[in-house]
Ligand binder design. Structure first.
Ligand code: PCA
Length: 206
């Protein structure tokens, strides 16, 4: 049975929750049982001094065949499959939960400018859209910790897919800025189908 690791992020930016955290907690309650995959889950810190060690420990201990990493994308209307991780970190004037800044520096000095997922995202997206899920492809995972985590996963050559999910309706309502949101039921149904179809789309193992 394929072993998948699904990660989310803790809340950040003053939000009381994070839709990716909610998805991970939901999986931990057994939502994906009997779906033909063995699942590990983890919630990552939104702290640039801690995420890399947390990820390294997880990968070494659990040795997943693939990782689905989830994160919140404020302002986006669709569930976005990210193709690319960029070698830069920039919080655009904000601070992370550890109080750190990020001013556009490289994640890996002398590393490649960008890394691409080895997973055939066009096919994965087509299957999800066929299943009725509001999924789009994105080539820009931002420059915050979602992108940084993705870069780290791809650098380690772990087959990985980063999925950005919109705000929950209650978050968007509280913020009062007219930002798009998606109901938890919609992202949950999409994640279940993704978990089931991803193993068919992984690159051949050496
Ligand atoms: N979203 C941020 C970091 C954590 C999260 O859930 C991002 O898009 O980088």
């Amino acid at each position: 049975m394929p072993r998948l690791l699904v990660t989310g992020f803790e809340p950040f930016g003053g939000e009381p929750t994070n839709p990716s955290l909610e998805l991970v907690r939901w999986l931990e309650q057994g939502a994906a049982r009997e779906r033909g995959v063995s699942l590990d889950t983890a919630v990552m810190p939104v702290d640039r001094s801690r995420y890399a060690a947390a990820l390294a420990e997880l990968i070494e201990r659990r040795r997943p065949h693939a990782v689905i990493a989830l994160g919140q994308a404020t302002g986006r209307p669709t569930i976005d499959l990210e193709s690319t991780a960029h070698n830069a970190i920039d919080y655009r004037g904000q601070r992370d939960n550890g109080g750190h800044e990020a001013l556009g520096e490289a994640l890996e000095p002398n590393g490649p400018e960008a890394l691409e997922t080895p997973i055939a995202l066009g096919t994965v997206r087509a299957a999800l859209v066929h299943g009725g899920h509001p999924v789009a492809l994105s080539t820009d995972a931002g420059r915050h910790l979602c992108n940084a985590l993705y870069y780290d996963l791809l650098r380690r050559r772990v087959p990985a897919l980063f999925v950005h999910v919109p705000l929950l309706p209650e978050q968007a309502a509280r913020r009062g800025l007219g930002e798009p949101s998606l109901d938890a039921d919609v992202t949950r149904a999409c994640l279940l189908d993704l978990l089931q179809l991803l193993p068919e789309h992984l690159p051949a193992r050496p």
